[in-house]
Design a protein around this ligand. Structure first.
Ligand SMILES: Cc1cc2nc3c(=O)[nH]c(=O)nc-3n(C[C@H](O)[C@H](O)[C@H](O)COP(=O)(O)OP(=O)(O)OC[C@H]3O[C@@H](n4cnc5c(N)ncnc54)[C@H](O)[C@@H]3O)c2cc1C
Length: 400
């Protein structure tokens, strides 16, 4: 019998866990070690997102986002059904509230059709049939969008991997990465570990992990923090399922939306401002290394120069509940400040190029014995199982 092959995964978010799962499904004899720096899985983006199963309507046809979201959505639903994780295909509406947004809404509809996403244009009057408290000029109804308990998905993946004899190391930060003869090695907690292959899925730290391994990257992860509010139990009637605005095409974010969570709560958010650290979930939580690195990066300075007005508006919305309320009222005019309770924040990892443009698609870099997932923004939670399979395809020929 040959030597057992060993693979390391770095990152216990949905992308790292799903990649480990895909490798284990395909090569049951390979031993997997997953290194996660936090004491639990899905501590960052995967456990702090909106909980929405995206349909794939927004993404550029042919892009990895479009392909992997479409396939990933189906795989996620299959997984949740088999593993008893809460989800619901409740549908969503995307609402144009100003005349300027109508052609952008029409373009999203066309894109949805190109991406084979079921969607219907609905009139101002028809909006109330789906969401009685929402108003707008025109909308798209997307029946296949849904909601899911993403931390529940991560917990199931962790449990399956453990039950198959793989090792999930929590509280195990990876501090260095290097190629070795015929393999790759990493250090964690003062110990060196050798593997045949290493796959890094570091989310907010993804660029640093790739750079640690000597990969040439021309982008940097910039953290964008978004604040959520929760509606009071009495105000939950204001949203049945999912109400989204028309996104601003200059940004990769979808705009502040109303989201029913799988536990019945309604959350609104997130907005987007530069975070005070890659993992700075509160405004008091400053990480000077992260901030000075972002500010020294030419890409961030370009972005700030070009979009300072939007940045000021978003900051205003973060600091003032009334400013936030004003944005929500455009979609649901009867919402009041008393309906909203501050609840939590999430930080998106967004890769930025030196010219200030945002890297839109998923980016996966390959080195001889390493693979680095460098940009996995939304809809990577929806697409996680497909991203895992996509990466495992890249490893075929190297694992047996
Ligand atoms: C506010 C917000 C809302 C979103 N809404 C949605 C949505 O509704 N639907 C959707 O599909 N997507 C959504 N997304 C996007 C989605 O959550 C992410 O794309 C996805 O979770 C990325 O998963 P990941 O595993 O790449 O990253 P993460 O979940 O961030 O995981 C990366 C992991 O790597 C670990 N790590 C980093 N460095 C090291 C190291 N050196 N050693 C060991 N471990 C390390 C981190 O601790 C972390 O646990 C949203 C994201 C945010 C932030």
């Amino acid at each position: 019998m040959g030597r057992q092959q060993r693979v390391a995964l770095i990152g216990g978010g949905l992308v790292g866990l799903s990649t480990a799962y895909a490798i284990s499904n395909r090569w049951p004899d390979v031993q997997i070690d997953l290194f996660e720096k936090e004491e639990r899985v899905s501590a960052h983006q995967s456990g702090r997102n909106s909980g929405v199963i995206h349909s794939g309507i927004y993404y550029k046809p042919g892009s990895l986002k479009a392909k992997l979201c479409h396939a990933g959505r189906e795989k996620l639903i299959e997984f949740c059904t088999a593993e008893d994780v809460r989800f619901e295909t409740c549908g969503k509406i995307i609402v144009a509230v100003t005349p300027a947004e109508v052609p952008r809404l029409d373009a999203i509809y066309e894109r949805g059709r190109e991406n084979n996403v079921r969607c219907t244009l609905i009139s101002s009057e028809e909006i109330a049939e789906f969401e009685p408290f929402a108003t707008g000029l025109k909308a798209i109804h997307v029946p296949d969008a849904g909601i899911v308990d993403f931390p529940g998905v991560a917990k199931r993946l962790e449990a399956i991997l453990r039950s198959r004899g793989h090792t999930i190391r929590l509280g195990a930060p990876v501090d260095s990465l290097q190629q070795t003869d015929g393999g790759a090695a990493l250090t964690s907690q003062g110990q060196m570990h050798s593997f045949d292959l290493i796959v890094s899925c570091g989310g907010l730290q993804a660029d640093r992990l790739a750079q640690m391994a000597g990969a040439k990257t021309d982008f940097q992860i910039v953290p964008f923090r978004g604040v959520y509010y929760e509606l009071t139990p009495d105000a939950r009637r204001l949203c049945r399922n999912l109400i989204y605005p028309v996104p601003d095409p200059a940004y990769p974010f979808l705009g502040v939306h109303f989201t029913r969570m799988t536990d019945g709560r309604i959350e609104v958010g997130p907005n987007a401002i530069l975070a005070t650290g890659r993992e700075g979930y509160s405004l008091k939580n400053w990480n000077l290394t992260d901030i000075s690195e972002a500010v020294r990066f030419a890409g961030f300075r370009h972005l700030a120069r070009n979009h300072w007005k939007k940045g000021v508006d978003e900051l205003h919305r973060t600091l003032s509940k009334n400013a936030y309320l004003k944005a929500l009222k455009t979609l649901v005019p009867t919402i009041k400040a008393e309906d909203m309770i501050p609840c939590r924040s999430g930080i998106r990892a967004q890769a930025l190029r030196p010219d200030g443009s945002m890297v839109d698609d998923f980016v996966i870099l390959e080195q001889p014995n390493m693979v680095h997932v460098c940009n996995a923004p939304s809809p990577a939670a929806t697409a996680c199982l497909s991203i895992g399979e996509f990466i495992s395809d890249r490893l075929s020929g190297r694992l047996v």
